[in-house]
Design a protein around this ligand. Structure first.
Ligand SMILES: C[S@@+](CC[C@H](N)C(=O)[O-])C[C@H]1O[C@@H](n2cnc3c(N)ncnc32)[C@H](O)[C@@H]1O
Length: 273
C-alpha cells in the first residue's frame, strides 16, 4: 500500500485514529517547541489590533487560541479545516478557553476557500502545506483572500531534514525517510517557496529557519514517532518488527539520556502584492 499522509486523508481514517490525531495536535501545542516557534512569527506580524486573521488547516485551533491570547491583538480569527471532528474540537476548546466569541471555525477545503477576495489582513498555514494535495493551489487561495498589503505566513518543517539517531546508520536513515514519506505528502515543499511565491503575487518579506533539536531526552519527537510509526508500517515502508525495535531503542535512549532527534522548520512571511 502506498504511503497515505494521515492529515491529507484524515476524513478516511477510523474514529479512534482521528481521536489520536486530536490528542497529538493538542499535546504538540503544549510543547515549548510549538509556542517558541509560533511566538517568533506572531511577534513579527505587525498587524492592526483589530485585524481579521485566517488559519487554513487549523486542526483543533491551537494556533488561533494562542493568537487570541496575545496582548497585542484583539481582532477576530477564522479557522478552516477539512475535518469535521477537528473543527468541532476546535470550537469546544475555544469555548473552554473563553475565546468562543472571537473565533469562527468552519469545515472547508484549503484548495477552494469559501471567502471573498481580500477579506483578511493575514492568512496563516501552520504545518498545513506539507500535507495538502496541491500546495500551489492552496497558496494561491491564501493570496486571494488576503487584502493587498496583507500578510501570508507559511510555517512548516523541511522533513527531508528529519532525523533520529540510531546505531545502525543505514537503517536509521531508512526510518527517517520512511517517517517523512508516511507522514507528509510534500516533505520538501518548504525548499520550493522562494521559487513559487513570486508567481502567486506574494513578495517575500522575511524568512528564517529554526533547528528543533532534542538531545538527551525527547518529548516533541517522542510524540511524533509514536503517532506516525503506525502509518510507516501500514504503508509497508518498513517491516513491523524492525519499526517496533527502532521505537523501543528510541524510548530506551530517552530513559538513558542518550536520545537525539532533529528537524529544521522554516517560516516565510510574504506580502500580498
Ligand atoms: C498537522 S495538522 C496542523 C493543524 C494546526 N494548524 C496546528 O498546527 O495545530 C494539518 C491540518 O491540515 C488539515 N488539512 C490537510 N489538508 C487540508 C485541506 N485540503 N483543506 C483543509 N484542511 C486540510 C488537516 O485536516 C489537519 O488538521
Amino acid at each position: 500500500m502506498a504511503a497515505r499522509d494521515p492529515h491529507r486523508f484524515v476524513n478516511e481514517l477510523e474514529d479512534a485514529a482521528v481521536e489520536r490525531l486530536i490528542a497529538r495536535l493538542e499535546s504538540r501545542a503544549e510543547d515549548a517547541v510549538f509556542t517558541r516557534l509560533f511566538d517568533k512569527y506572531a511577534a513579527r506580524l505587525g498587524l492592526p489590533e483589530l485585524a481579521r486573521i485566517l488559519e487554513v488547516g487549523c486542526g483543533t485551533g491551537a494556533v488561533l487560541r494562542f493568537l487570541t491570547g496575545r496582548d497585542d491583538f484583539f481582532g477576530k480569527v477564522y479557522g478552516v479545516d477539512q475535518c469535521r471532528p477537528f473543527i468541532d474540537a476546535a470550537a469546544r476548546f475555544a469555548q473552554d478557553a473563553n475565546v468562543g466569541d472571537r473565533v469562527d471555525f468552519r469545515v472547508g477545503d484549503a484548495h477552494n476557500l469559501d471567502f471573498p477576495d481580500g477579506m483578511f489582513d493575514a492568512a496563516i498555514a501552520h504545518t498545513l502545506i506539507s500535507h495538502v494535495t496541491e500546495p500551489t493551489a492552496v497558496l494561491r487561495e491564501m493570496a486571494r483572500v488576503v487584502r493587498p498589503g496583507g500578510t501570508v505566513v507559511i510555517f512548516d518543517g523541511d522533513y527531508a531534514s528529519l532525523t533520529y539517531a540510531f546505531p545502525d546508520h543505514e537503517f536509521g536513515h531508512q526510518m527517517d525517510v520512511a517517517l517523512a514519506t508516511a507522514s507528509f505528502n510534500n516533505p520538501r515543499i518548504m525548499r520550493d517557496l522562494p521559487r513559487l511565491l513570486p508567481d502567486l503575487g506574494l513578495a517575500l518579506t522575511a524568512a528564517w529557519g529554526d533547528a528543533v533539536v532534542e538531545i538527551g531526552n525527547g518529548s516533541y519527537f517522542r510524540s511524533f514517532a509514536e503517532t506516525y510509526l503506525p502509518y510507516v508500517t501500514k504503508a509497508g515502508l518498513v517491516a513491523d518488527d524492525a519499526a517496533q525495535n527502532w521505537l523501543k531503542a528510541q524510548r530506551q535512549a530517552m530513559e538513558d539520556g542518550t536520545f537525539f532527534a532533529a528537524c529544521t522548520y522554516y517560516t516565510y512571511l510574504a506580502r500580498r502584492v
